[in-house]
Ligand binder design. Structure first.
Ligand code: GLN
Length: 242
């Protein structure tokens, strides 16, 4: 089997080593003898129709302003069609914000997003910075925990078609007020958790892989890996924040 991953704007959207999420997905596939094809797509590049997972990391307002027209005008039709067909997406922070309807930075004009998540984001004065602990609200993964680090001025609010990735147990999450973190809809996932996210949250990496494989090859359950090191790191992160 093979999984095709498209890394969106790897040169611009890589805050806090978010590209480490790609390495985790690649390794967890290779450890199960699943082949991986990794395609970068930045400003000016077309995106292939034959992608199983799109990934977009976080970035500052400046980078988001730079790429937003390309994301929506040049790549939008292909990306929206892919999301509608159930292709897996993972967006972190600034990437997450641009998967929504729009992101309005504090002092610059609003940036239209893809609208593949029914969310919108408006920046506030205070930045939300720090470690985060989340209790999953994803069907089939309820009450598992996610740990990460957040640094954003954006406040994200969910519409009726998006569901929270989880409930904030420590930290700010989407907007510091409704106790939600992240959003998911169909196979599109967005979260504020940097870290990078997946090394300390291997269950989420496998969730994304399983959904991408099942969409391509029919229902697939991945064989378990020895996640003792990842679990140790996850538990340590929880210890630090609680
Ligand atoms: N620029 C966005 C904000 O400040 C996203 C930041 C990020 O990706 N960490 O909310």
């Amino acid at each position: 089997m093979e999984i095709v991953i498209c890394h969106l704007y790897p040169d611009l959207m890589n805050l806090y080593g978010d590209k480490g999420n790609i390495f985790v997905i690649v390794k967890r596939a290779e450890w199960r003898d699943i082949d991986i094809k990794l395609i970068p797509a930045s400003i000016g590049d077309n995106v292939s129709e034959d992608v199983d997972i799109f990934f977009m990391g976080g970035g500052q307002d400046r980078e988001q302003r730079l790429l937003a027209p390309d994301l929506v005008d040049k790549k939008g039709v292909s990306l929206i069609s892919a999301a509608e067909k159930g292709v897996v997406f993972l967006g972190i922070c600034g990437g997450y914000q641009l998967f929504g309807h729009y992101y309005k930075p504090e002092n610059t004009p609003r940036l239209d997003g893809l609208g593949i998540l029914d969310v919108y984001t408006e920046a506030g004065e205070k930045r939300f910075i720090g470690n985060v602990l989340v209790k999953s609200m994803i069907d089939g993964y309820k009450d598992l925990t996610l740990v990460g680090f957040e640094n954003h001025s954006g406040r994200t609010y969910l519409g009726k078609n998006a569901r929270p990735v989880g409930e904030v147990m420590r930290g700010y999450g989407n907007n510091g007020s409704d106790k939600t973190e992240g959003a998911w809809q169909n196979n599109v996932f967005g979260t504020y958790l940097h870290g990078p996210l997946l090394p300390k949250n291997p269950w989420l990496a496998d969730l994304l892989l399983e959904r991408a494989l099942s969409r391509k090859y029919g229902e697939i359950k991945l064989s378990p890996l020895d996640d003792s090191l990842e679990s140790k790191a996850h538990k340590k992160a929880i210890e630090i924040i609680t």
